[in-house]
Design a protein around this ligand. Structure first.
Ligand code: WT7
Length: 655
């Protein structure tokens, strides 16, 4: 714990501008404190009232929180609702012709879908899924490019009570296979190809490959959306085209009314072990989190043009693309491509063209855009912007300042939102009209979120000291369990060392003397690469699955753009390779990891040794490897090393 010290001494502070405060949903510090006080005074009453106000209930709940089976909490658990009804049907009477989604394709082509149109598409597709025999509780894998159809697929599952599990399109066939098996999926919804940055990336062939692997026979149907028109292999009757499936289907569809606790989705995320965790979310509690954070953190207004750049394959794309904005009745942008194609002005051009008001992206994207065009934003009209957001990793104060001054023209507050796949929605984030900002801090916990910093024994530490970030009380949008593994859920998130009571986020944090939270990084063996979570064990397992590899250890190293780079230390079964041979095997192993997991996990660098440094008890000395990867001076005691020469080997990058 002594290692967890605040390294930041940020003194700049940015109070909200009076005009912003005036129009804000939560206006002024007093309003924020009033909400917090209300939550402290009557926790259940506070959440119960919000759930009544935000959600349309088919059957209203009478109980707010059931904590009897800790930590498997239930919220609003005798209520009934449908999430798709809450996102679509509710707007039909009031704003059917309002644009729900403005989709901009990689090549710039724009397609718009109104609330009425989206409702019809979702109903048709939901009827299509029902015609395939898919019903409430069935698991459906969605492996799709950014598209209106991806949202339609998610909403259609929600409409019929099927549990979706979106797999990011950048994951490999092997990763897809693993998730299909774990979920016991009955169907896969995918596309022929995805197009990003002018390149076509096959999806259907990865689905075929995944389904040809052992144990995937739970899958009865594969629905393919035709994105590029490329020829694909066809497996009738298993495979069906999206356009054929909806052809004769009705454009209304009775929603399946489900219990508040019915699982809306699972989403796989990396942990400290090799096996990804199927984070399972509820229906009502999850939706409430997405909606209330739209209002509090994004200060949502009906006139907004909202743009969250996250892919639907990540939780951010669930809460702030597929569900939150639609439930609020927003107009939002979806973008198929990448920020740097055809050039690094793409984001700024989209903001200008569609008059985006609220822009939410990741620090890694901001850093890469600073690098490739610090002055590009000035060439575009960004005057429509009124609020900026950041998510995925700590934003370094210098990137924050650039975002604030160059993109936001010193006019737009920045909401740095700390949350996780498991928390479902924002936990610690500014209410932009209620509190001054400090660059690099995610500011204060939202009302009703009892976040604190504790030591190893679970005792709250003094402000300014640093420790583990925990949340003391259950909250509606918290994941309910890990799919098929409740014990892992309990052990990972409610560990006995901390008394088993608090939700352990897995991050270290520091609360400064003004109560501002600063996130310092993970406390487990998890890397954060471009805002995505990667388990070091997962990459190590992939490496040792290669026939050449005897042993591997993976660590992170700071990277200017990606936040962290992946460095792998590898021991081969044969001789330690050198020169040209080392280069060749390194390339082979890097490609291997990309194939096993996905290109996001591809090691940036591989170093070979005759051995890995280990303690007497045989544990790999990771701290030492981290120091080696960073080129730091070695301060650890290495006297126990059997073969000190390996340090020299591992310090040598492959040239
Ligand atoms: C981990 C969660 C939440 C959606 C995207 C990532 C890190 C996330 C911040 C932030 C500092 C952050 C944490 C967290 N993280 N947002 N604003 N400041 N760190 O979701 O893959 O579940 O990862 O991302 O380490 O635990 P995820």
């Amino acid at each position: 714990m002594s290692a967890i010290k605040s390294i930041l001494h940020e003194t700049r502070i940015f109070p909200p501008d009076t005009a912003f405060v005036k129009q804000a949903n939560v206006a002024g510090t007093g309003a924020y404190h009033a909400l917090c006080t209300e939550a402290e005074r009557d926790y259940q009453g506070f959440w119960g009232k919000l759930a009544q106000e935000q959600i349309l209930w088919h059957k209203v709940f009478t109980r707010v929180l059931d904590e009897s089976n800790h930590p498997f909490f239930k919220w609003f658990d005798d209520g009934e609702l449908n999430i798709s009804f809450n996102c679509l049907d509710r707007h039909l009477a009031t704003q059917p012709d309002k644009v729900a989604i403005i989709f901009e394709a990689d090549d710039g082509k724009v397609t718009k879908s109104t609330y009425r149109d989206l409702y019809r598409r979702v109903c048709q597709f939901a009827n299509g899924l029902r015609s395939l025999g898919i019903a409430k509780g069935d698991r459906v894998i969605i492996y799709m490019p950014m598209s209106i159809e991806a949202v339609v697929a998610m909403q259609a599952c929600a409409r019929i009570g099927a549990i979706h599990s979106v797999v990011f399109g950048g994951f490999s066939a092997k990763s897809l296979h693993e998730r299909i098996i774990d979920a016991g999926a009955v169907a896969v919804i995918s596309a022929d190809e995805q197009i990003r940055g002018g390149r076509a990336i096959p999806l259907k062939s990865a689905v075929d490959e995944a389904l040809a692997m052992d144990g995937a026979d739970s899958v009865k149907s594969v629905v393919i959306y035709q994105r590029s028109g490329k020829d694909v292999k066809w497996h009738a009757p298993r495979d069906v085209w999206w356009h054929d499936l909806i052809k004769d289907k009705d454009d209304t569809c009775e929603p399946e009314w489900v219990n508040a606790e019915h699982p809306l989705f699972t989403l796989y995320t990396s942990g400290s072990t090799g096996k990804p965790k199927g984070v399972q979310h509820s229906s009502a509690g999850y939706l409430l989190g997405a909606m209330i954070s739209m209002k509090w953190v994004f200060d949502y207004k009906p006139t907004d043009i909202f743009w969250c750049t996250a892919d639907v394959g990540w939780v951010t794309g669930h809460s702030y693309v597929a569900y939150g904005p639609l439930a609020m009745g927003a107009t939002q942008i979806m973008f198929e491509g990448v920020p740097t194609y055809p050039d690094a002005g793409r984001f700024w051009k989209i903001i200008q063209d569609h008059k985006v008001t609220t822009f939410y992206t990741a620090p890694t994207a901001i850093r890469s855009l600073i690098k490739s065009g610090p002055d590009l934003p000035r060439q575009y009209d960004l005057s429509s912007l009124r609020l900026l957001g950041s998510v995925g990793e700590p934003i370094n104060p210098e990137a924050w300042m650039w975002y604030y001054t160059v993109v936001g023209q010193s006019r737009c507050p920045i909401v740095d939102t700390w949350w996780q796949t498991e928390t479902g929605s924002h936990m610690i984030a500014p209410m932009p009209g209620a509190m001054p900002l400090k660059p690099g801090s995610c500011v204060f916990p939202l009302p009703g979120i009892m976040a604190v910093v504790v030591d190893e024994a679970g005792h709250e530490v003094e402000d300014g000291k640093g420790g583990f970030l925990v949340i003391k009380r259950p909250f509606p949008s918290l994941a309910r369990t890990l799919w098929g593994d409740p014990e892992r859920f309990r052990k990972t998130y409610f560990p006995q060392d901390l008394g088993g009571k608090y939700y352990l986020a897995g991050d270290s944090a520091n609360r400064d003397l003004n109560g501002y939270f600063w996130i310092m990084g993970r406390i487990d063996d998890v890397l954060n690469v471009s805002g995505h979570r990667l388990g070091t064990m997962e990459i190590e397992s992939a490496l040792v699955a290669n026939p050449l590899v005897a042993e591997a250890a993976v660590v992170g190293k700071p990277h200017d753009i990606k936040g962290e780079a992946v460095i792998a230390f590898v021991v081969l079964k044969g001789m330690r390779p050198q020169g040209e041979n080392a280069r060749k095997i390194s390339t082979e192993l890097r490609d291997w990891v990309a194939k096993e997991i996905g290109s996001i996990a591809k090691p940036d660098e591989i170093r070979f040794g005759d051995n890995l440094p280990k303690t007497r008890s045989g544990k790999i000395m990771r701290r030492l490897l981290r120091a080696i990867a960073r080129g730091e001076e070695i301060t650890q005691d290495v006297s126990t090393l059997e073969n000190p020469a390996i340090l020299e080997q591992l310090q040598q990058p492959i040239k």
